[in-house]
Design a protein around this ligand. Structure first.
Ligand code: ATP
Ligand code: MG
Length: 266
């Protein structure tokens, strides 16, 4: 779809009413310029905090949450609550938004066990109830967008048997961006972009190729939650989307959605 932006934000980047309002302000500028927007959100820190409150131990492997039935229940309820807050903030800015779980517009499958090589010995880790996107119902999204409605999606998917799956929000945004086709996917996160040194915000890389991004994962420069994010960006580019960008959500409210950050190119 022309002039469509798939935006994704995480729970560290945008938090609380004030953060959501700054994001809504930037989105309303985009929408008023005639762009269409699909918004996908995560909620990593809030999910981890709620798990801890319930005496559960949050575990991540290469930036992806290991999810058992109890963790899935927490993720679903926390994401549903955040989703309602996001929709409310957009509506307060005059944007017609509707929120729903990703299984309304996509089909997922359980992610196969992940190969990890910590401490030099490679092993496979089963992530549990974690999904990846295998299909997108673009029609559902296009109908909403053509009606002037902004879809706000939280990344709880289902497989073909109806089993609920937790999906990394970057992975979900990428699946949707690739499935519907868009002008640009923008991942709004809590760092200025891809950093050469995570502890130095001034070491941002303005632009890099897919090969360069893959090399930074292989040599460990890119770690944690940045791994699924960059992999998601690479998949979107390979699916034919022209541009993917990563921007700092802490600068939202200042037009950060349309410039700056790190661009990954084919
Ligand atoms: N080379 C790197 N450059 C920038 N950030 C990096 C790098 N390597 C690892 N990171 C980490 O990746 C994090 C971003 O991913 P993370 O999954 O934590 O957030 P998110 O995806 O925005 O939110 P959520 O997971 O809630 O959707 C950064 O906060 C940073 O700590
Ligand atoms: Mg993440």
């Amino acid at each position: 779809m022309d002039n469509l932006y798939v935006l994704k934000f995480g729970g560290n980047a945008i938090r609380g009413k004030e953060g959501l309002d700054r994001l809504a302000s930037d989105i309303s500028v985009l929408v008023k310029s005639g762009a269409k927007v699909v918004l996908v959100h995560g909620g990593g820190p809030e999910i981890s905090e709620e798990m801890e409150r319930r005496g559960l131990k949050p575990t991540k492997v290469c930036g992806v949450r290991v999810t058992d039935a109890a963790a899935l229940e927490v993720a679903e309820s926390v994401l549903r609550r955040i989703n309602a807050d996001v929709v409310e903030s957009l509506k307060a800015r005059g944007i017609d938004a509707v929120g729903f779980p990703a299984h309304f517009c996509s089909l997922c499958a359980k992610k196969p066990p992940m190969e990890v090589s910590e401490g030099g010995s490679p092993r496979k880790v089963d992530l549990g109830l974690v999904g990846e996107v295998v299909g997108v119902d673009s029609g559902v999204l296009e109908d909403l967008l053509n009606e002037g409605v902004l879809p706000v999606i939280y990344p709880i998917g289902k497989d073909s048997e109806g089993t609920m799956l937790n999906v990394n929000a970057d992975t979900m945004a990428a699946g949707i961006a690739a499935g519907i086709g868009c002008s640009e996917m923008v991942a709004i996160t809590d760092v200025p972009g891809i950093l050469k040194d995570v502890s130095d915000p001034s070491s941002k890389i303005d632009s890099l190729t897919v090969e360069e991004a893959e090399a930074l994962i292989a040599d460990g420069t890119i770690s944690g939650g940045m791994i699924p994010k960059v992999e998601a960006c690479i998949n979107v580019l390979k699916a034919g989307v022209a541009s993917v960008r990563m921007v700092d959500g802490r600068s939202c409210g200042g037009g950060v959605l349309s410039s700056g950050g790190t661009v990954i190119k084919r």
